[in-house]
Design a binder for this molecule. Structure first.
Ligand code: 6R9
Length: 646
């Protein structure tokens, strides 16, 4: 596939919200006159209780950013109430159950009722403005109600992905000091039940300050019940008033915390605030997906990730759109499920991750071609670089060569799209996220911190604040500065590498730090290493990523045993179970290699570069190994690697 192959803007997008000319004009203005540009956008996209004194004020070296200071608004009002005069009966959420026979439509009027009742339940349990609430739910409408109910009363939600283990859940509850948890008895995915409440019980054994656990009953199977603490969601909301006035929030009041992995230490609680986040969520949703009145939009992410926050809940609902939420998995009952859902609900816009596309591609075209899909108008991807083969398949087979694909680059920390094609404005190059969104000023840096001019490659950084920027790491502002604003003074450091071609298109090449991207899920190598060394037989572990056909990256672990320990038949399985228990099933190692020693510098630093090459079986380009304390360990690792492949 040549990097020069370009897919032109199709005719049916010539009347898109953003045309090539409009992109140029708006982008230019967003850079030349950010105050005027964002003030206009803020007026167009959001309803305010009180206007701002100042559009933006920021200082990267202190990790500070303030947008629309002095202003007040409420996120749930903007996502619900203000639409009611026109859209009370319109569907806000379509819920498709794991069971293909079951689905539900929730109108904007219903949404208001559900959110207000839940908000009143939270209040009745003492939740106040600024308090943190943990949400550990399956992909059911209550997840959206819970987020919006928090936003309505000014509580800060911390959604924890339902695939995380009790251990990981406990850490997040404690770090954010949540006092109330919203969960379900069990979730159902691919026909199998996952014991969410049992996980919460295990976590709460170590969280003495949690006084309330609201439980949605999904499967109605028997679960343990702690009297006084556990409350049945349905019983509680059913007696509440359907009226709960939205709290007027300051623009910079926190909206949510979402934990994400970094290259070192424990996951960090990325904090987003109210106005800037919502504005850029709403704008990117409308423009990136060229959303038109009445269309059905489906993002397959889980609400436990930032993509679910911004592009299932806040972005779509703020625009009065219809957002589909799917409880199940793309391969159940079979690999045609997504396209059955597209036909069933006449989905117009479909947004998913490259790993899902590759997994479905591997199942064969018949699962796709048996469906109609004529409702589809636009496709999108997010989470990792998309390889051109998967792009072409998505375009040709899923989109019948009619639907543009928007490849959206962004991060938990950026809150919303930062680099993306706009379907009416951008000629597409498969594998490139293309151009910066309005107001986003990018640069590529050389190792020495100087900016790459014109075409070239380097570290991807952002040069100025954007509205949905991360505001702090919950409880550790210094860590924010150290992680993002210290590597290159005056820039936000993304942790990604990228190339800019001669036409100005950006091509993300992946993380340049010790963060893995496994099936679009971020994971620190350090997290997996800490889990492995909990095993009494393990002295040391080093984890790297390696190319994986479906997952994008797989988890490769080099493990050194204690002196007196031996590998027995169970050890491998025990280590896999350990990662699953400590982090969650997404962290299961793909390869474990027993390593008598690890390549270290004389100062004791593990040389991951070498371990990555060995994992990739790229033994010819190990580079300089003479600086190692003991270069012979490399020979052993290579020999063992080769015999593992034999
Ligand atoms: C939204 C989300 C962020 C990391 C990011 C990058 C990778 C995301 C991408 C992409 C290439 C894209 N990433 N989108 N790489 N092309 N379109 O995924 O957030 O979970 O925080 O991950 O994912 O490496 O730095 P998050």
């Amino acid at each position: 596939m040549s990097k020069n192959l370009v897919h032109k803007v199709p005719k049916n997008f010539h009347d898109a919200h953003i045309t090539p000319q409009k992109y140029k004009e708006m982008y230019q203005r967003s850079i030349d006159d950010p105050n005027g540009f964002w003030a206009d956008m803020a007026t167009e996209f959001l309803d305010w209780n009180q206007t701002w004194n100042r559009v933006v004020d920021y200082n990267f070296s202190k990790g500070q950013a303030q947008w629309f200071s002095g202003a007040e608004l409420n996120v749930s009002y903007n996502c619900i109430d203000r639409h009611l005069p026109k859209r009370a009966k319109q569907t806000a959420l379509i819920w498709e159950s794991d069971n293909p026979e079951e689905s539900m439509e929730i109108s904007y009027a219903d949404l208001k009722t559900e959110v207000c009742k839940l908000a009143n339940t939270l209040k009745s349990r003492g939740v106040k403005k600024g308090d943190r609430v943990c949400i550990y739910l399956p992909m059911i409408p209550q997840a959206a109600y819970a987020m919006l109910a928090c936003a309505r009363i000014g509580a800060v939600h911390s959604v924890v992905f339902g695939g995380f283990s009790p251990e990981a859940l406990k850490d997040r509850i404690l770090d954010a000091d949540c006092r109330l948890v919203i969960t379900a008895d069990e979730s159902t995915r691919g026909g199998k039940n996952v014991p969410l409440k049992a996980n919460v019980d295990k976590a709460l054994a170590h969280c003495p300050d949690v006084h309330t656990c609201l439980v949605v009953k999904c499967t109605h199977n028997d679960i343990p019940w702690v009297a006084g603490r556990d409350i049945c969601y349905r019983d509680s909301v059913s007696v509440m008033s359907a009226d709960c006035p939205p709290e007027s929030m300051a623009a910079e009041d926190p909206l949510f915390i979402l934990y994400t992995s970094g290259s070192t230490g424990k996951p960090k609680g990325v904090l987003h605030t109210t106005a800037g986040y919502l504005l850029q969520a709403a704008m990117t949703f409308k423009y990136t997906f060229d959303y038109r009145e009445g269309e059905v939009y489906w993002c397959t992410a889980d609400v436990g990730w930032v993509t679910g926050h911004t592009y299932i809940v806040y972005g779509p609902l703020c625009n009065g759109a219809t957002s589909l939420m799917f409880e199940g998995v793309p391969t159940y009952p079979d690999a045609g499920r997504c396209w059955d859902i597209v036909d069933k609900h006449k989905v117009n816009i479909f947004y998913t991750a490259p790993t899902a596309i590759r997994a479905l591609q591997a199942q064969g075209d018949e699962f796709v071609s048996r469906s109609d899909r004529s409702s589809l108008r636009l496709l999108g991807t997010v989470g990792e670089p998309i390889n051109p083969e998967a792009w072409e398949w998505y375009h040709r087979v899923v989109g019948d060569a009619r639907c543009p694909i928007v490849d959206t680059w962004w991060q938990t920390e950026t809150g919303t799209h930062m680099i993306t094609a706009l379907p009416g404005a951008t000629d597409l190059k498969p594998g490139s996220a293309s151009f910066p969104f309005f107001g986003v000023q990018l640069a590529l840096l050389n190792e020495d911190g100087s900016e790459v001019q014109g075409a070239g490659s380097g570290y991807l950084v952002v040069k100025s604040s954007w509205p949905s920027q991360i505001r702090t790491i919950y409880g550790d502002h210094q860590r924010l500065i150290d992680t993002y604003f210290s590597t290159y003074e005056g820039y936000y450091f993304t942790g990604d590498g990228a190339t800019r071609d001669a036409d100005g298109y950006y091509w993300i090449t992946g993380r340049v730090d010790d963060v893995l991207n496994v099936s679009g899920h971020r994971m620190g190598t350090a997290e997996v290493e800490s889990a492995l060394v909990l095993h009494p037989k393990i002295a040391e572990a080093a984890v790297v990523g390696f190319p994986h056909d479906i997952k994008g990256q797989g988890i490769y672990c080099y493990v050194t045993l204690m002196d007196n320990a031996e590998v027995d038949g169970n050890l491998r399985a025990e280590l896999i179970a350990l990662c699953s228990r400590e982090i969650g099933p997404i962290a299961k190692p793909d390869v474990i290699q027993w390593a008598p020693g690890l390549p270290k510098t004389r100062s004791g630093k593990i040389m991951r570069r070498i371990l990555r090459k060995i994992a990739e079986s790229d033994m010819d380009s190990l580079g300089d190994i003479t600086t190692l304390a003991d270069p012979t360990v490399v020979d052993t690792l290579i020999k063992d690697r080769i015999s593992m492949m034999a």
